[in-house]
Ligand binder design. Structure first.
Ligand SMILES: O=C(O)COP(=O)(O)O
Ligand SMILES: [Mg+2]
Length: 225
């Protein structure tokens, strides 16, 4: 890891696996869906590796990894998942250690903060509210805010325009190649947490500007404003 310090007028945070440990609720929603449609349940480890590219992709992978499903079955299963996840969203979700202090410190330093997630907006906004995090953020861009998701850099360009900050003067903090590729495409520096969900890829093999074992370590990587 190098010692570069970033201007970070804005800090853009990924949600699942970076700010919030949501895997237990995602797994509960997925396995309730699989049980309802009569498919074999998935292990927590499998579901962990399926999270990252939004809900339709999670459901698709639950149905098609080492199995077969038609597009119609997948469409129906997405609706079933959404119904179950709406019930369990937040029940077993935890804020990662260091996150509340980091968000408070960044705000006290005058930086603008955003959530940029591939999770659908219907689930993102109530979850942030439930976890008491809504007030920290100047913008929330969800997986269905635009027609594209991370790793498309358009999502980060859109977030930066909402915040009025140049991408090169912002910083992305995420947990997967989706976050890193989006940031690279937007010309934005990116740090990855080592504790999140990286679709089964070792996080230290993903091209990024450094790893964080706790969000608080990000504070040492910033220039004063
Ligand atoms: O919903 C997902 O698949 C991942 O969401 P994230 O972008 O907040 O990690
Ligand atoms: Mg993530």
């Amino acid at each position: 890891m190098n010692g570069t310090r970033y201007p970070a007028e804005a800090v853009l945070f990924d949600l699942d696996g970076t700010l919030l440990d949501t895997i237990a609720d995602l797994a509960e929603g997925a396995n309730r869906m699989l049980a309802e449609i009569g498919r074999p349940l998935r292990t927590l480890e499998e579901i962990h590796s399926f999270v990252g590219k939004g809900i339709p992709n999670l459901v698709r992978r639950c149905l098609t990894e080492n199995a077969h499903a038609s597009e119609d079955e997948i469409d129906v299963a997405v609706g079933v998942f959404r119904r179950h996840y709406a019930v369990v969203n937040g029940h077993s979700t935890r804020i990662y250690p260091g996150v509340p202090e980091t968000l408070a410190a960044l705000r006290a330093q005058g930086r603008r903060l955003a959530v940029v997630t591939n999770k659908a907006g219907d689930f993102t906004l109530p979850l942030l509210e439930r976890m008491g995090l809504t007030g920290h953020f100047d913008a929330v861009v969800a997986g269905d805010t635009l027609a594209v998701k991370k790793p498309d850099p358009a999502v980060l360009f859109h977030t930066c325009s909402l915040l009025g900050v140049e991408p090169a003067r912002a910083l992305m903090i995420g947990d997967s190649a989706n976050d890193a590729l989006a940031a690279r495409g937007a010309g934005m520096p990116v740090l990855l947490v080592s504790y999140g969900y990286s679709e089964g890829m070792p996080v230290d093999t993903i091209d990024c500007d450094g790893l964080l074992s706790n969000a608080l370590e990000a504070l040492d990587r910033l220039q004063p404003l």
